[in-house]
Structures are given as C-alpha cells and as structure tokens.
Design a protein around this ligand. Sequence first.
Ligand code: ZN
Length: 552
Amino acid sequence: MRALEDLRERLGVVADLDAAAAVLGWDQETYMPPGAIEARAAQLTTLARLSHETFTDEKIGRLLDAAATELDADSFGSDDPAFDSDDASLVRVATRDWERATKIPADLVARLAHAASMGQQAWQRARQASDFSAFEDHLRTILELTRDKAEALGYDDRIYDPLLAEFEPGISTGEIELLFATLRQELVPIVEALTDGAADKGEIPGRLDGSPDKAERPDRVDGSEHDDDSDRAGASGSTAPPQIAPPPLDRVFDAAAQWDFGVAVIEDFGFDFEHGRQDRSAHPFTTAFSAADVRLTTRIHEDFLPAGLFGTLHECGHGLYEQGFAPELARTPLADGASLGVHESQSRLWEILVGRSRPFWAHYFPRLRDSFPESLDDIDTDAFYRAINTVRPSLIRVEADEVTYNFHIMVRFELENALLEGRVAVGDLPAAWNDAMERYLGIVPDSDADGVLQDIHWSMGAIGYFPTYTLGNLMSAQIFARLRQDIPDLDEQIAAGRFDELLAWLRHNIHRHGRKFTAPELLERIGCGPLSAEPWLEHIRGKYGELSGKSL
Ligand code: ZN
C-alpha cells in the first residue's frame, strides 16, 4: 500500500493548505480590519495557487492509478462492500476531483477567477444602482468562460451537466427538470389555496396573516470552502432587514438576548463548543478548519427576529454535519459534505423541519417569551408558530417562505439553461427574468435590484449552483421521513427539547461518511430510495393543511 500512503500524505498537504486558507477567509469575514483587504487577497491567492498546483501535479495522477491498482478498486461495483471502504472511497473521489481539476486549462482557471472578481465588483455597483446594463458585459464574459469550462470538462447531453456536477455529482440536468416539473405542478394549487390568490397583488393575505416570514437565509456559495453566501450580499452594502415582517416578528428583540437564546438552542441540538464557535458576520456562513474546529457565524437584527434565530439554527445544521465527519477522513478530500444538496439538507432539517415545527415551539416558546417579555407578552405559542410559517409569494429568494422558495430556484435554473444553450441573450435577461417570475410566482419586480440582480452567484461564476438549494429541501424531507421510522417518538423528543437520538441517527447514517458517497448513493444506502419530491410535498401538505384548515 505504498502508493496509497504516499497519496494520503500529498492529499494531506492539499487539505492543510485549504484549511489555512479557510482560517484566513473566516477571519476576513469576522474580525479583519477593512484596510487589510489587499494583503489578505494576496495571501489567499497564493494559498489557492499552491493548493491547486499541489493537487493537479502529475505525481498525484500516477499515485491515484497506482493506489487503484493496489486496491484493485476498478473491480468494485457500487453494490460491492469494498466500495464503501475509506481507502476505495478516497481513491474514487480523489480521482474524480483530479480528473476534473486537470481538464480545465490553467489559463482558463485564471481567466475565470479574474472575471469572477471583476464581476462581483460590477454586480455590487449594478445592484446598488439597479442597473443591469452595468453588469451585462461582465455576465457575458463569465458566461462565455463558463461555456468554455463546460466544453473542457466534456458532456454527452446538456452543457449544464458538467457545471452541475461540480456541486451535485451524480444528478443530471434532465433529472432535475423532471423533479421540478412535478414540484411545480403540485405546488401551484397549494400556493393558490394558501394565499387565496391574493398574494400576487403584493397584498398580505388576511387568512394566514401573511408576509415574508423569512430569515434572511444564509446560503453556501462556495461549496469547496464552505464559505456560505451572501443572500442579501451587496444589497446596497447594507444588512438591513426585509421591509415586511409579520407581527410580532417585527417588534424589538434585544440583540444580546437573541444571541444567548440561539446559543442555548444549538447547544441543545448538540453543537460542540469545545470543537467550534460562533461569531458575527454580515452574511452568515459556516466554515471548518477540521472536524475539530467548526466556525459558525450569524447576524442579529433587533427589529427582525427570524434573521438571527433561524440563521443560527440553519448554520448549526451545517456545523453539526462538519463536526460529524469520521476522524479517519481528516486531511483527505472525503472530509467534506457529500454535495451541496446534502449539506443544505442538514441545515434545512434543523432550521425548518425541527426549528419551525410545532413540537419545537411547544418546548421553546415559553423560554423565548421569558427572554423577550416586553415583545412577546401578548403572544401565545400558536400565534408565534403561525407568524414564523407565513406563506406569501415574494420577490426576494432569501426572504421566501419554505413553500414558495423553490419557485425562485426554478426561475434561476430555467434561465441558466436558457443562457448556456443560447435560447436567451444576456441583454434580454431582465425581461426573461420578469417573465419567469410572472409565470412561477405571479409577481414582477419593479427594479432589477429586486429582480435579476438580487443574487451574487452568477457574478462569481457559480452557474449550476442554484438547484442544490431545492435538492437540499427535498432531501431534508426524504431523510426526515426515513428517520421517523427509526425514531417513532421523534415529535415527543423534540417537544421535550431532546435531540440526542436525532443527532446520533444523522451522525451514523450521514455525517460520518463525509464525501464518500454521492447524494444518490447516500440516499439509497440509508433507505430513502431515489431522489424524490414526494416526501417534501407530504410535509408541505401536512403542515400547511393543518395551519390553514384546508385540504391541500
Ligand atoms: Zn445553507
């Protein structure tokens, strides 16, 4: 096993370089003084270059071949028990990464990085001015380079496939189109029933006391570094809360008390503060320097409770995953989430399936009211539960409720494919955006800032990323349905503030495997079957049927 040992050592160096870069990246978003930005950018560029050079070295390619021969790994089918071993998984996943990384010419990597850096700056300015034309040329360049990248990686069917594979290996564009078609067909009547058709006029429907209920959802943008995005990133450079919050969520909630409440909950969830910490940042994210050092960040708005509350629970879900990788995977490419979709399934499971459920608030609402007696004195658990689960079509993805959220993703997925396949020209994108919003959500933005310019992703060259948000939602429900079979009294446990069995189940079935399996392989192994929208739709029908008193 000499090749395998040598391979492990070299991959360990790459992992160390990436972890060092992650420390610098975390510091940049939390404590670094603003004047240090140029020096920090140079340091990060150097580390990224060293990591890339070390990983794409010919020697690694030869060691991967030799290690595969040592293990006889080529003979493993995915149903062979040997397929699951740490060694075979390491060779399989590292080979996939290496082939991908070496297919893209260094020159194209550099041009993409440059275009992304320029693109983000231009996007911020364009968004501030709500002027798409100021971003248009940058997007055209990014799109051309992204097409070149897809061609370099190669594909059989759809140009989107190799781009998607960076974030969600094992799932094709065609599969997502089918899933989304089902989801849309089922969701449209549900949303109509919940909003009485009133929402598309921008009014708050009386029935559910509606309005965007939403924490500014923190999202991961850079999968490999776990640097999450961004949500309202660059929104006039501000971190202003959404304009409309359903009462009582818009009352004043003391920042320190919010922080303490969030920390108390995630300690109950099982986040290990001996091996992690939480700090503040403008845009919440989770990063890890190893499974023994996981960093969460959150932000607090005193006049919008959900941002800090659900943002903290969301990031904790990512953090629990990172803390749960098996120690044997340390310093290898396997010490990471299976995919962005699976990572998001963990954050959404804790944030929504646990954190926005009735049993959860049966336990925690009295404690929340004790923390904020002036703001919640006249509110009971039921009223609070309704407020945090308000459904209403809205313009901004990160403010969307869990029911309409996936429509925002469908809009972006459809447009990304149309752009890449030349069916929509970049110059026509704002009009195409508004048209898609009208078709999916029945509302049209007044400005590009609230429309096509709202997300940072395209400006960073992250094309193929968006569908992983919806995949995460769907997977979270599939996983939750499966674990309920093993933990029949889960609701009672949650209502008692007990999460140890839940976390142990996730650790055993998902977390410890890290990146050994793709999402479809993982779902299959834990008995969820193939990726499906049905468990999520069940969840929505059950929860919102009960809330609205309607049969959905
Ligand atoms: Zn997330």
